[in-house]
Design a protein around this ligand. Sequence first.
Ligand SMILES: Cc1cc2nc3c(=O)[nH]c(=O)nc-3n(C[C@H](O)[C@H](O)[C@H](O)COP(=O)(O)O)c2cc1C
Length: 375
Amino acid sequence: MNPPSLFSPLKIGPYQLEHRVVMAPLTRMRASRPSLAPRPMNAEYYAQRATPGGLLIAEASPVVETGFGNPGVPGIYSEAQIAGWREVVDAVHAKGGLIFLQLWHVGRVSHSSFQPGGALPVAPSAVAIPSEFKCMTADGKVVDYETPRALETDEVALMVEAYRQGAKNALVAGFDGVEIHGANGYLIEQFLQSRSNLRTDRYGGSIENRVRFLMEVTQAVTEVWGASRVGVRLSPYGIANGSGEADPMPLYGHAITALDKLGLAYLHFIEPRASGTGRAEVDWQNVPSAMVLYRPMWSGVLITAGNFVGDTAQSAVAEGHADAIAFGRYFISNPDLPRRLQRGYPLTKYNRATFYAGEEKGYTDYPVHDELAQA
Ligand SMILES: Cc1cc2nc3c(=O)[nH]c(=O)nc-3n(C[C@H](O)[C@H](O)[C@H](O)COP(=O)(O)O)c2cc1C
């Protein structure tokens, strides 16, 4: 049998993908304000990147008002947001594409200026992100991160319910599935890692306790969707937003083994060689490969992301390290990325200055490859 290729079909849960070029979740900060609902321009952007049987993972979307740390990010907790997302989903479906929504809470990666009533951000423990990392306030000032307020034990259960409600809202909006954002130093990863979790209740201390919040959120979300339409994103060895576990293997080995029992749609990594949040152009050498290390612990579909281009993506799939590759920055600047990779067309370079916020420029105005002009 031939090894799989980036362009061979793949079954993810109940869905049949026609190719394995996945659009990674990408925060673009272009939702309507003040509703924080997706708007027609957002639907156009996703539709441009949809292909028959291609999977898009829509940008991280807070499940509750305390979950924001950036302006202009779309939410998934209000009627207007559900209606806005439905327009996005319909536009993607009209092109035969599939779309999952990434469910988000930033935890301590926020500032009181984003919080209801100007309260402190919430987190597992009252531990601030170190001052070498800077925080942008809602009115654009660069400041140190505040020390968050630790969630009470009964508030953790309410947070699990917020994810459940976000999952329900995504179902109402018509998505094909959801991805739980457990990466990049945000709330779930703050629970996972010992540097941000000093709790002494059942959510802190031992690895099993630190993994509990991830498992409870995943359990709640799978109760809404069924496990086969739920993915989880993790970034073992990542260092985004002040994260990082001294010895990731026992922690992530435990988490991945526990998740593997659930029969999820997929596990989705960010490779440590890349910037987890895509905020820097780095390609760290001599770092572990998440897909290589953890693949033996995962029996389902594995997606990974981080500095892939056509040939490296193809070999990762052909060698069996991953089943599909998610592309971030090159999917921003190449709306027809699957076709370009399949035909070996050159890629348009992205413009970092237009990643976050703004209008059409750097968002819906990237061209598709014009075969005639190149001939
Ligand atoms: C502008 C931008 C926004 C991003 N937003 C998210 C996000 O909302 N959720 C997430 O899990 N990762 C996010 N990432 C990380 C990407 O999903 C991806 O893992 C990373 O960019 C590495 O892939 P690449 O090398 O193909 O760009 C973002 C990256 C960029 C560049």
